[in-house]
Ligand binder design. Structure first.
Ligand SMILES: Nc1nc2c(ncn2[C@@H]2O[C@H](COP(=O)(O)OP(=O)(O)O)[C@@H](O)[C@H]2O)c(=O)[nH]1
Ligand SMILES: [Mg+2]
Length: 461
C-alpha cells in the first residue's frame, strides 16, 4: 500500500518551512528531483556548492538581481529529511523575501508543496514510520514540557519500537498456530498447549502495558475535556475563572449571564485541561438563551468529564440523579464520568473537599478558592494522569483505537482457544490484531488514512 502512493512523487516541491511573519531567519525548503538547475541558476556560488556545507551566497532572480543573501545547504539524496535531494535556503525572515524565493523556485520548475508533503515523502522513503511522522507534528504543537518530551521519545522511535516488538510476538504466534492447522497429522492439541497459552497471555499483558502508556501520552497531547454544567447562577463561570486564573467569563448575579460556550485551555501540574463553560440549563423563552442551552447539551455530550455545579445555599444535600434527571433521561446508558460540585461553601458551614461516603462529590468555593487542591487531585485521578511519569511517549487517539481493537481481538482469540480449542479462529484474530498494530506505524495503512494524517500537518513540514 505504501508503494502505491510513491508514483508521482518525484517532482520538485517548495515551501517556506518557518512560521509566517517576520523573524531573523526564514527557511525555504526544496525537495525532490534533480536540483542542479536550481543550484546553478539561483545561487551566486553556482555549481561550486558542496553537499552538507553551510555556504553563504547571494540568491538571484532571472535578471541576476539579488533577492537576498543567505546560507544555503544541499543534502543530496538519500541523506536528507525526505530521502530526496533537498536544498535549504536560510534567508532573512520577511514575508516578501521568502515569497520571492519561493516564486523563483516555481519559475525554475518547482511546485508549491501540499501541507505535510515533506513528512509524507520522508515516510514513503522509509526515513521514518507513521507514528514518528506524527510525533514531529506533535512536538511542534506541544503545549507543555511533558508533552514535548514524550513527543521526542515517539519521534525517536520508542513507541514504534514497542509496537514493532508486539507485531513480532504476534507473527511468531501466528506461525506456530498456522503451522499446527496446516499439519493436523502432528495432532497439536491447542487446548492442552501450555506454551501457546502462556505466550498469548504474555502478549495480552504487553499490549495492556503499552496501551496504558499510550493513554497517558495521548492525554498529554489532547488534554481532558472538562465541561461545566448546571443551573444558572450555580457558579460555573466563577469556577472557570478560578481554575484558569483568568477573567475569561462574565460573572454576575443575574441568572442566564453565560449564553455562549467559552473555552479555556490550561495546564495544571503538567496535565492539559480543556475547560468548557456553558449556559445554565433551564427552560427559557429567550431565543439566544435557548440556543445557548442547546449548545451546552452538545458540549456535555462530548465531555471526557462533566462537572455539575450546584449552589449549596439552594440545595443543601443534592444527589445527582435527583438534581439532574434530564441528563439521565437523555443518556440512560451513558458512561461519562460526572462529578458533583457543591459551590459557595463560604456561605454556609460545609467543609471544603470531598464528601465522605459520597462518590465524586466535592465541596468548594469558587469565589474564595477553597477546596481546589482536592478537586485537582480528583481530576488527575479521573484522567489517570500521573505526575512526572518516566518514559512516556506521545500517542494519538487513532493509536489508542488501534491498540484497543488489537486488545479486543486477542482476548477473543484467547477465548476461542480456551473455550473451544478453535485454532483457526485464533489464527484469524491474531492476523487482524497484527493489521491493527501495523496501522500505527503505517506498514499497513490505506492511502486514505495517510492522506488524512499528512494533510493535517502544516505547509513546509
Ligand atoms: N458566595 C459565593 N458566591 C459565588 C461563588 N461562586 C459564584 N458566586 C456568585 O454567584 C453568582 C453567579 O455566578 P456565575 O459564576 O456567573 O454562575 P453561572 O451562572 O453558573 O456561570 C455571581 O454573583 C457570583 O459572584 C462562591 O463560591 N461563593
Ligand atoms: Mg455563567
Amino acid at each position: 500500500m505504501k508503494q502505491a502512493s510513491l508514483q508521482n512523487n518525484t517532482d520538485t516541491i517548495v515551501a517556506i518551512a518557518t512560521a509566517p511573519g517576520r523573524g531573523g531567519v526564514g527557511v525555504v525548503r526544496i525537495s525532490g528531483g534533480d536540483l542542479s538547475s536550481f543550484v546553478k541558476h539561483m545561487l551566486s556560488v553556482g555549481d561550486n556548492l558542496q553537499p552538507r556545507v553551510a555556504t553563504f551566497c547571494r540568491i538571484v532572480d532571472s535578471q541576476q538581481e539579488t533577492i537576498d543573501e543567505a546560507v544555503v545547504l544541499l543534502f543530496p539524496s538519500p541523506k536528507s529529511f525526505t530521502g530526496e535531494t533537498v536544498l535549504e535556503i536560510q534567508g532573512h525572515g520577511g514575508p516578501i523575501i521568502l515569497d520571492r524565493l519561493v516564486q523563483r523556485c516555481v519559475e525554475l520548475g518547482a511546485r508549491l508543496a501540499r501541507p505535510g508533503e515533506f513528512s509524507e515523502r520522508a515516510f514513503l522513503n522509509d526515513k521514518m514510520d507513521l507514528a514518528q511522522a506524527e510525533a514531529i507534528a506533535d512536538l511542534i504543537d506541544a503545549s507543555s514540557i511533558e508533552a514535548a518530551r514524550s513527543a521526542v521519545r515517539s519521534m525517536q522511535g520508542e513507541f514504534s519500537g514497542l509496537v514493532n516488538a508486539l507485531v513480532e510476538e504476534m507473527i511468531e504466534l501466528r506461525i506456530y498456530v498456522e503451522a499446527a492447522i496446516d499439519f493436523p497429522e502432528e495432532e497439536i492439541d491447542f487446548l492442552a498447549d501450555k506454551t501457546l497459552r502462556d505466550n498469548l497471555h504474555g502478549l495480552a499483558e504487553n499490549l495492556a502495558t503499552i496501551l496504558q502508556r499510550a493513554q497517558q501520552g495521548s492525554l498529554l497531547r489532547e488534554g481532558l475535556t472538562l465541561v461545566l454544567a448546571g443551573k444558572p447562577n450555580a457558579g460555573k463561570s466563577s469556577l472557570l475563572n478560578a481554575l484558569s486564573g483568568n477573567d475569561t467569563a462574565i460573572v454576575t448575579a443575574i441568572p442566564g449571564t453565560t449564553r455562549d460556550v467559552l473555552r479555556e485551555k490550561i495546564i495544571i501540574d503538567g496535565m492539559p485541561l480543556n475547560i468548557v463553560d456553558t449556559a445554565g440549563l433551564r427552560d427559557s423563552d429567550d431565543e439566544v438563551e435557548k440556543e445557548g442551552v442547546r449548545r451546552a447539551w452538545a458540549e456535555i455530550e462530548k465531555a471526557d468529564l462533566i462537572l455539575f455545579v450546584v449552589d449549596i445555599t439552594e440545595d443543601a444535600d443534592p444527589h445527582l440523579e435527583d438534581i439532574w434527571p434530564e441528563y439521565f433521561l437523555r443518556y440512560p446508558h451513558s458512561r461519562q464520568p460526572i462529578t458533583l460540585i457543591l459551590n459557595k461553601i463560604d456561605c454556609c458551614n460545609q467543609l471544603a473537599g470531598p464528601l465522605i461516603d459520597r462518590e465524586a462529590t466535592f465541596a468548594l468555593s469558587a469565589k474564595n478558592h477553597l477546596g481546589f487542591d482536592a478537586l485537582i487531585a480528583h481530576l488527575h485521578l479521573v484522567a489517570g494522569y500521573q505526575k512526572q511519569q518516566e518514559g512516556l511517549f506521545s500517542a494519538r487517539r487513532r493509536h489508542l483505537d488501534a491498540l484497543t481493537k488489537a486488545q479486543d481481538l486477542i482476548s477473543t482469540g484467547i477465548q476461542q482457544l480456551e473455550l473451544a480449542g478453535a485454532g483457526e479462529l485464533l489464527a484469524e484474530d491474531l492476523r487482524q490484531a497484527q493489521n491493527q498494530l501495523s496501522e500505527i506505524t503505517g506498514q499497513f495503512s490505506s492511502d486514505d488514512l495517510l492522506g488524512r494524517i499528512f494533510s493535517s500537518f502544516c505547509i513546509g513540514k
